[in-house]
Design a binder for this molecule. Structure first.
Ligand code: ASP
Length: 308
């Protein structure tokens, strides 16, 4: 059996067995807590800190819910009202909080690599979970996307998945690609305008497209990404209408995909820019299901790193 994780900062290089164990546990915990209506006490007496240096709706809330459903205590550290905003160094903040006896730190930061820095500086016995760092990794999103696809299409060795939009700045795309590749998804297609695409060397096993009509042809799942302007330096982008015309998901394009193609998006969605409202809310949309799965996946991760 692959060893239990102490931290989770990326899905890259995680064994397939570990990823499958986390997905299986997410489903088992979902059933054990009766889809969230029953609280478990697996992590009673443990304390989890949400340390978010970037805004978040889904991830922060679902980590909090996940920890509470497992019986842990949760501290939501409000950066805006903390000494970090007075210039306190990250590691001084870390050690101050650790002195209050924490078991896990869930961190989101604009700099890629911050979670690994925390792993190096954290007191032994404190687990670090990455809730998104720069454009590098968002491992729990990668897991919840894999779980959402698996629940509908477990035949991964037959599947074609398209990721479309601002892949270059997307930590979600990177963690998705790591999860899907390890789990044996047959074909991963990446599509977007050249300035928003990763280099061919970064993911040589993925197919690269700049024509969305060609990329979505026969696809079994399509993951749409937001333009992450906060992470772009100076990129010359088409205006929003032109972007939607070339890279937006509308009903006409969706009809080119395989029947029942899953429509996914990590959120927040920008209606009319990367996805048409009737597709986001349509029968093939799995977007809210992704959100629901996020809680169970985060319960599985907390359980993995913290259960005694
Ligand atoms: N919520 C995701 C993230 O934090 C995707 C996004 O922001 O577009 O990376």
């Amino acid at each position: 059996m692959s060893p239990r994780l102490r931290h989770l900062t990326t899905l890259e290089h995680l064994p397939r067995e570990t990823i499958e164990r986390l997905l299986d546990r997410a489903e088992a915990l979902r059933d054990a807590c009766a889809h969230g209506t029953r609280k478990l006490d697996v992590l009673a007496g443990r304390t989890v800190l949400n340390l978010f240096f970037e805004p978040s709706t889904r991830t922060r809330t679902s980590f909090e819910l996940a920890a509470r459903r497992l019986g842990a205590d949760v501290i939501n550290f409000d950066i805006g009202f903390s000494s970090t905003s007075k210039g306190e160094e990250l590691f001084d903040t870390l050690h101050t909080l650790e002195a209050m006896h924490l078991d896990a730190i869930i961190v989101r930061h604009k700099h890629s690599g911050t979670p690994d820095e925390l792993v190096r500086h954290a007191m032994s016995g404190v687990s670090v979970i990455n809730a998104g760092d720069g454009n590098r990794a968002h491992p729990t999103q990668g897991l919840l996307d894999a779980l959402t696809i698996r629940q509908h299409r477990p035949d991964f060795d037959n599947l074609t998945v398209v990721i479309c939009g601002d892949i270059r700045h997307s930590r979600v795309a990177r963690s998705d690609i790591h999860a899907f590749s390890t789990l044996g998804i047959k074909q991963i297609r990446l599509c977007g305008p050249t300035p928003l695409m990763p280099t061919a060397e970064e993911f040589p096993h993925c197919r690269h497209y700049d024509d969305f009509d060609a990329a979505i042809d026969g696809a079994d799942a399509v993951i749409m990404l937001r333009l992450q302007k906060e992470r772009m330096a100076s990129i010359d982008l088409p205006d929003e209408a032109a972007y939607f015309a070339h890279y937006g998901l509308d009903q006409r394009r969706l009809a080119r995909a395989a029947k029942g193609c899953l429509v996914m998006h990590p959120g927040p969605i920008n209606r009319g820019i990367e996805i048409a409202p009737d597709v986001a809310d349509g029968a093939q949309s799995r977007i809210l299901e992704q959100v629901g799965n996020g809680v169970f996946v985060r319960m599985a991760v907390l359980n993995e790193v913290l259960a005694r």
